[in-house]
Design a protein around this ligand. Structure first.
Ligand code: HEC
Length: 104
């Protein structure tokens, strides 16, 4: 009987909050979210679009940059500064329907 309430409070803790995530995108929007924007150093990268991607994909990508499984100096520096909660919130925001329709 107790299991139900314990389980649901754990689920809430692991979940991202899209509204909180939106306030954290200020440091992402300089690169992501500009159609066709390319980062010029040291090689030219196409900056991937984040809006509309799956939340779990975004979190996995950020964790991979943080530990160095995915190699990109810029995103490594950024991911190192994010907490797990930041990542979940950002992922919730970028995967939300509002961003999908606004991202065109
Ligand atoms: C200085 C420019 C810059 C900033 C600022 C930046 N990014 Fe990135 N990001 C990139 C580039 C370039 C890539 C592609 C790197 C690669 O080739 O792996 C990327 C890749 C990603 C990916 C992987 C996307 C995919 O399709 O695989 C995610 C997720 C991501 N960034 C999230 C973020 C978040 C969240 C923030 C803000 C907290 C942020 N980025 C800030 C330049 C930036």
């Amino acid at each position: 009987m107790l299991c139900g309430s314990v389980g649901s409070s754990l689920a809430v803790a692991a979940e991202g909050n899209a509204a909180a995530g939106k306030t954290k995108t200020a440091m992402c929007a300089g690169c992501h979210g500009i159609p066709g924007y390319k980062v010029a150093f040291p090689v030219t990268y196409e900056v991937p679009k984040l809006g509309g991607q799956h939340a779990s994909y975004i979190v996995k990508a950020l964790q991979a940059y943080r530990v160095g499984d995915r190699k990109n100096a810029t995103m490594h520096a950024i991911a190192t500064g994010l907490s797990d909660q930041d990542m979940a919130d950002l992922a919730a925001y970028y995967s939300s329907a509002a961003v999908q329709s606004a991202a065109h």
